[in-house]
Design a protein around this ligand. Structure first.
Ligand code: GUN
Length: 290
């Protein structure tokens, strides 16, 4: 059996197009564009590429992109003062501070300073808490994109056995919460798990987010399972995921490639969260298709 290859680029393009339509209605209703502020500290090359791509996607969706670049040696108070200004600015609906931050800055202090109702990354503790207890808030973009792909491929996830590999605050933990919200039976495995394979073998849904190339072996995967590979690992062989793709494609029912799977969905979900934030702040109805 050969798996269905989940085309993340196509799913992301469709989501961006739906958001673009929603944005047109928002502009017609309010006379202004949704605004996303992105803050980049320092010169990290990968971060600069991400920020540029976020800006392009924001503008392509009909929204305003406001970029703030601060030097690598900026002090924490200056960064917090910028966050305060963005919190108070009525034209800004979403605030994203690109991570990682230089070592002189306490990342947690910065994330916690962002108004939770403008926190389109979903990293603020208030949004983590809202997700955990089932209140509307903002969900981190990468796991949100994963659950959208899963629902598009599988339909209802109710009752499925799901395993999440990795327990980061950005992917693993919110991913597990989202799958629970979809009524999956969720197991989170991590670096101290005694036997990862035994859990993966029982899973209908596998989400891999560990950052180790080829960590998930093909013989762990239950035939027909749906595999979502969040890993983006730069190796001599190029970009590879956390799953042994060549092997897994022969056993799984559906699988995301790397690149072209989860990655494109992350930015599309950021655009979606910014649109949703603008609608909530202005009392405009959110298009249910989004
Ligand atoms: N750095 C890597 N991924 C992300 C992300 O999704 N949001 C932010 N703010 N920084 C990141």
């Amino acid at each position: 059996m050969t798996a269905t290859i989940i085309d993340g680029k196509a799913h992301a393009a469709a989501l961006r197009a739906r958001v673009g339509t929603g944005v047109e209605a928002f502009v017609a209703a309010t006379g202004r564009k949704p605004g996303l502020a992105v803050v980049l500290v320092g010169e990290d090359a990968a971060s600069a590429v991400y920020v540029r791509n976020k800006g392009k996607a924001t503008v392509a969706a009909g929204m305003a992109s406001i970029e703030h670049r601060l030097s690598a040696d900026v002090d924490q108070d200056t960064l917090l003062a910028l966050v305060d200004r963005l919190n108070a600015d009525p034209a800004i609906d979403g605030i994203l501070v690109q991570l990682p931050l230089p070592t002189q800055i306490d990342e947690r202090a910065v994330i916690t300073r962002i108004d939770p109702d403008k926190d389109v990354d979903g990293f603020h503790p208030v949004n983590a808490g809202r997700l955990a207890i089932g209140i509307d808030g903002f969900v981190p973009c990468t796991p949100l994109g994963c659950v959208m792909l899963l629902k598009a491929v599988c339909g209802s996830l109710s009752g499925a056995e799901a395993v999440v590999i990795g327990r980061s605050n950005i992917v693993g933990k919110p991913m597990a919460q989202l799958l629970l919200r979809e009524s999956c039976t969720v197991t989170t495995v991590h670096s101290r798990t005694r036997d990862v394979a035994v859990h993966v073998r029982a899973a209908d849904i596998v989400v891999a987010a560990v950052g180790i190339p080829g960590f998930v072996r093909a013989d762990w995967i239950k035939p027909g399972a749906t595999v979502i590979d969040v890993g983006i690992n730069r190796t001599v062989a190029g970009l590879v995921g956390d799953v042994d793709y060549a092997g897994a494609v022969e056993v799984s029912g559906a699988i995301t490639p790397v690149p072209g799977g989860v990655g494109p969905m992350t930015i599309a979900c950021l655009i979606r969260n910014t649109y949703v934030s603008a609608c909530r702040r202005e009392g405009v109805a959110i298009d249910p298709a989004i």
